[in-house]
Design a protein around this ligand. Structure first.
Ligand code: COA
Length: 330
């Protein structure tokens, strides 16, 4: 029996309208445009403003656009997966809220939490559902409202993050030549001490004390995370290229998680891969966690050709990291 291959048949994104520029941040914390640009590559990020608006609302926008452009009816969707570290609430799952708001009634839903690698980990899961033969349409949303967990008095983190959503549709491939070809994913809990949100979980349920101590915000020790991101993302891209007998010339695009332009540039140098074929939009959006990779695919969609080999790669809290090889289908 020939193997069923899963393929991405559409991608769409959503970025909220409000912009938080480096100039705005200069008025909020002791920082400056030159420092932020030279250390991170970020010029501005988008922030979801408005009472009662949450990650699910951005996910709905991205997914609605995706269903429209792929001509997919909500009734056809069988599984909805949401990658996020900023769920609307700890439960119910945000995928469930997205499905409900979109009128998706025939699907089961769940969230995946793998920080900045969330989209890749979820993509791999979505692919397995298709490959099993049991499901034919899986909706995957990567979304984060990072502004809900960022401390805008902490200059070392508040400059980095933005809000956005991206969505992809996974279906069985119509041919054996295109689709999601391979995935290598890793986790190592050694990173837990360097990047976390201390309170609000079962270890430290939210109290007045945890809020006063700002433990409901992101904590990051930037330097070790930076070093690990360069080492592990570069390593896993080399691993997937070697496993699939690929040379940099064979790969049309590398699609990296957007955490820091210097991380991406250093990875490119170590891989001997030209920056012209690495998708970078961090200058406009900052780090949108689970949304970075689908946002890149969305922005570059018109430049992609059938059969293009793409390597998606991410690194994030945990630590978590990985690479997925895709042969673009359309
Ligand atoms: N503006 C001005 N100065 C700042 C600043 C800001 N926004 N943030 C930090 N600084 C200062 C620090 O206080 C420090 O000052 P000191 O030397 O007087 O102590 C100096 O700049 C250098 O700080 P450092 O943290 O070493 O900077 P860095 O070059 O490592 O850059 C990050 C900081 C956060 C941009 C970088 O470490 C990083 O990108 N880390 C990884 C991020 C990542 O990949 N995260 C996640 C996975 S998704």
């Amino acid at each position: 029996m020939t193997k069923i291959r899963a393929t991405i048949t559409g991608v769409h994104g959503y970025v909220p309208a409000d912009i938080l520029s480096n100039a705005d941040l200069e008025k909020m914390v002791d920082t400056n445009d030159e420092w932020i640009r030279s250390r991170t590559g970020i010029q501005e990020r988008h922030i979801l403003k408005g009472q009662g608006l949450a990650s699910s609302d951005m996910g709905v926008e991205a997914a609605r656009g995706l269903l429209e452009k792929t001509g997919t009816s909500p009734d056809e969707i069988e599984v909805v997966i949401c990658a996020t570290v900023t769920p609307d609430m700890l439960f119910p799952d945000t995928a469930n809220l997205i499905a409900y708001k979109l009128g998706i009634k025939n699907a089961f839903t769940f969230d995946i939490s793998a920080a900045c690698s969330g989209f890749l980990f979820s993509l791999n899961t979505a692919v397995r559902y298709i490959e099993s033969g049991a499901y034919k349409k899986v909706l995957l949303v990567g979304v984060d409202k990072m502004s809900s967990i960022v401390d805008y008095t902490d200059r070392s983190t508040c400059i980095l993050f933005g809000d956005a959503a991206g969505a992809v549709l996974l279906e069985p491939s119509q041919d054996d030549e295109t689709g999601v070809m391979d995935a290598i994913l890793h986790s190592d809990g050694i990173g837990a001490e360097h990047l976390y949100q201390a309170a609000g979980g079962s270890l430290r349920p939210a109290t007045h004390e945890t809020v006063d101590a700002k433990q409901h915000y992101i904590y990051q020790n930037g330097r070790p995370v930076y070093k690990a991101a360069v080492m592990y993302m570069t390593g896993v891209v080399q691993e997937i290229m070697k496993k699939n007998n690929l040379h940099p010339d064979d790969v049309a695009w590398v699609v990296p998680h957007q955490a820091n332009l210097r991380i991406i540039e250093t990875m490119a140098r170590m891989l001997d891969f030209p920056m012209e074929r690495i998708m970078v939009n961090i200058q406009k959006y900052g780090n949108t966690t689970a949304a970075t990779i689908p946002l890149c695919l969305w922005e570059w969609e018109n430049q992609l050709k059938k059969g293009d080999k793409l390597i998606l790669t991410a690194f994030g809290g945990g630590y978590t990291w990985g690479a997925i090889l895709v042969k673009w289908a359309y």
